[in-house]
Write a protein that binds this ligand. Structure first.
Ligand code: SF4
Ligand code: SF4
Length: 210
């Protein structure tokens, strides 16, 4: 997410311009200078297993760590969040994409079918669809789904637009016009990913502030 801001803005927000901390000088010693962009850990070192989620859920940690401790390979699910969601996805004609704070969504219907941006279909499902069960659209903290990672022409942005357009019959352009703050809402948990940035269809390069 820091890639949406310049290093100076990130530094100021951390040390001197934050309502919840006492304003102070930005450190110039010991703390290294921030690089122009955030690098994922996998760019710097070989990673054996990623535990996605913000934070990774306790069952996922257990399902990966216990087999590893026992010398076995973990068997982790590869489905998307929607696979665990009990809400019903259906075609409903509408012409407005809602912000989360607007209206009262039906507790049984898929958020996308009601015009709320839910990232469940493009997000790796290792949380049991916690948020949609609690009445909140998924904001993608599990990272991109296997389909998105594997398919070069699939990006979280175009896949979400396609799905909303398909469910609502709204033209793509109308959905795109109504999507606000793409950096935080759609790319919030993938913006540091080299795989996602390298996709030709990705808007991440346009959003990254160096
Ligand atoms: S898009 Fe969201 S609400 Fe709809 S089925 Fe998937 S996780 Fe559930
Ligand atoms: S539903 Fe989405 S945002 Fe919520 S915990 Fe699961 S992956 Fe994260």
């Amino acid at each position: 997410m820091a890639d949406l801001y310049s290093p100076e803005e990130v530094s100021a927000r951390s040390f001197s311009d934050n309502p919840s901390t006492e304003s102070s000088e930005q450190p110039s010693e010991v703390v290294p200078k921030l690089l122009p962009i955030v690098h994922p850990a996998g760019d710097m070192a070989e990673i054996d297993y990623y535990l996605p989620g913000c934070p990774p859920k306790e069952n996922l940690i257990k399902d990966v760590l216990v087999p590893l401790i026992n010398g076995d390979s973990p068997n982790v699910p590869k489905k998307s969040v929607c696979a665990d969601c009990s809400r019903t996805m259906e075609h409903v004609e509408f012409d407005k994409v809602h912000r989360r704070i607007e209206g009262e969504p039906d507790p049984d219907k898929c958020f996308l079918s009601q015009g709320y941006v839910c990232m469940g279909s493009v997000t790796l499902g290792r949380c049991g669809a916690l948020c949609s069960a609690a009445g909140v659209p998924c904001h993608g903290c599990g990272g991109p789904s296997m389909d998105i990672l594997r398919e070069p022409s699939h990006d979280v942005y175009n896949c979400i637009i396609n799905r909303i357009s398909h469910l609502s019959k709204m033209p793509h352009k109308d959905v795109e016009k109504q999507l606000y703050d793409i950096g935080h809402i759609v790319y919030g948990f993938v913006i540091g990913s080299t795989i996602m940035e390298d996709k030709k269809v990705s808007l991440i390069p346009q959003l990254v502030k160096k």
